[in-house]
Design a binder for this molecule. Structure first.
Ligand SMILES: [Zn+2]
Length: 410
């Protein structure tokens, strides 16, 4: 059967993952994979369809993780596929079990605004206030309202037992028999240790030498179907592998953090998206990779279910990016000589105003222009001014701000 000819304009959902195991799960959950489209850029994308949505999937370069890498991949994707109207960050993460949230391995955490946070907080970003503590300044954007409505719809469905996740998982495994390592590992290998109890190395890399006396008692669940938790995701550039630090940061951020990961903070201000994390460890010293494939598969299955409730109008309309291309003329207004070598603008007087010459049809156009400028800065200087602390102040002006400038509350 001949498949219809598609163009970049047909793809409206951007899906970003960080690890090959996450990309594997993403490909496997697609209803169909589309042939590549010739483009002028060098990005590597998987194209496909899921529940009627045409989807672009990108994975971070191997071994280059963190918020900056995610930001660059998202920016490039939005340039290559200008009709993308929203995104999903889908992969694995470390759970933060607490009295409030009984999180188990294989559960799913989904970002949702909590208090003054938009759903994701960059925990290693802000102003140092001594004792290694950071006062968090600035905040990351909330996901678009229609995506929040969609996750509300799913939450309601799940609360009355209507969940397709287990069915999506079993169908995926049936279609791809080679995915045996993505199967449920079994609750016997889901062990949560006291935060203060550190891992004891063993030859097989497991917790075989760790004392069960220091494990935390949790009642057995009647089913191993994943539970979905909605709330705050802490994102940063270091791997969190310490139970005490994990809990300390969670408390500092108001006690509502339910997951740690390493990419989402690079996306939220440039890429309107929901972050979906399958829980593969507890962000402590006992973390291992054994639950990663299953956790990645569960996150992909949740993403599929989410797309099934996203209104049809968002499949083909309301692109995030304006069809107006960003001209080189716009970018060339930024000269290397204007920019500080280390990415630090130094003083408030040195924050830069960059004229924005693209017709500003909408806020989306502005967002696209800001992304273009971020990319241009990276190409010019090799410095990633990220997270892109670029705020549209006026319709025709874009101001670049530094960490320092932000901490002064400009
Ligand atoms: Zn251990």
């Amino acid at each position: 059967m001949n498949s219809p000819q598609r163009s970049v304009a047909d793809y409206t959902v951007g899906w970003i993952c960080a690890l090959p195991v996450e990309l594997g799960a993403a490909k496997a959950i697609l209803d169909e994979i589309h042939p590549r489209i010739s483009r002028t850029d060098h990005g590597i994308y998987t194209l496909g369809a899921l529940d009627g949505h045409n989807i672009v999937i990108a994975c971070l370069p191997a071994g280059v993780y963190g918020t900056s890498s995610a930001s660059i991949v998202a920016t490039q994707m939005l340039h290559a596929f200008p009709s993308i109207s929203f995104g999903l960050m889908v992969g694995i993460g470390g759970g933060v079990p607490s009295r409030k949230a009984d999180i188990r391995l294989g559960d799913v955490v989904v970002s949702r605004p909590v208090g003054s946070f938009g759903g994701v907080v960059q925990y290693d970003y802000g102003k140092e206030v001594g004792n290694g503590k950071i006062k968090h300044t600035g905040s990351l954007n909330k996901p678009p309202p229609f995506l929040l409505s969609a996750i509300g719809e799913l939450e309601a469905n799940h609360s009355i037992g209507f969940s397709e996740i287990a069915s999506h998982l079993s169908q995926m495994l049936k279609r791809h028999p080679a995915m045996s390592k993505f199967m449920y590992p079994g609750s016997q290998s889901d062990m949560l240790y006291e935060a203060e109890y550190y891992h004891i190395d063993s030859p097989d890399g497991t917790c075989s030498r760790c004392s069960k006396r220091h494990s935390v008692y949790r009642p057995t669940r009647s089913s191993h179907e994943p539970v979905i938790h909605y709330g705050l995701i802490a994102s940063g550039n270091k791997v969190m592998r310490d139970g005490v630090t994990r809990d300390q940061i969670a408390v500092e951020l108001g006690g509502d953090v339910i997951c740690f990961e390493m990419e989402a903070a690079g996306l939220m201000d440039t890429f309107p998206c929901i972050v979906i994390r399958g829980i593969c460890d507890y962000a402590d010293s006992h973390k291992s990779k054994s639950w990663q494939p299953y956790a990645a598969a569960v996150a992909a299955a949740y993403a599929k279910e989410l797309l099934s409730v996203v209104p049809v109008r968002h499949k083909t309309t309301q692109p995030m990016a304006s069809p107006t291309p960003i001209s080189r003329e716009t970018s060339s207004k930024i000269h290397r000589s204007q920019l500080p070598e280390d990415g630090n603008f130094g003083s408030r007087n040195n924050s830069y105003r960059v004229s924005h010459f693209v017709s500003p049809h909408s806020l989306q156009t502005n967002a696209q222009s800001m992304m273009a400028i971020t990319t241009e800065l990276l190409e010019l200087t090799g410095i990633n001014y990220s997270p892109p602390l670029i705020k549209a102040r006026f319709t025709f002006k874009v101001q670049l701000q530094t960490t320092e400038a932000l901490s002064w509350g400009i």
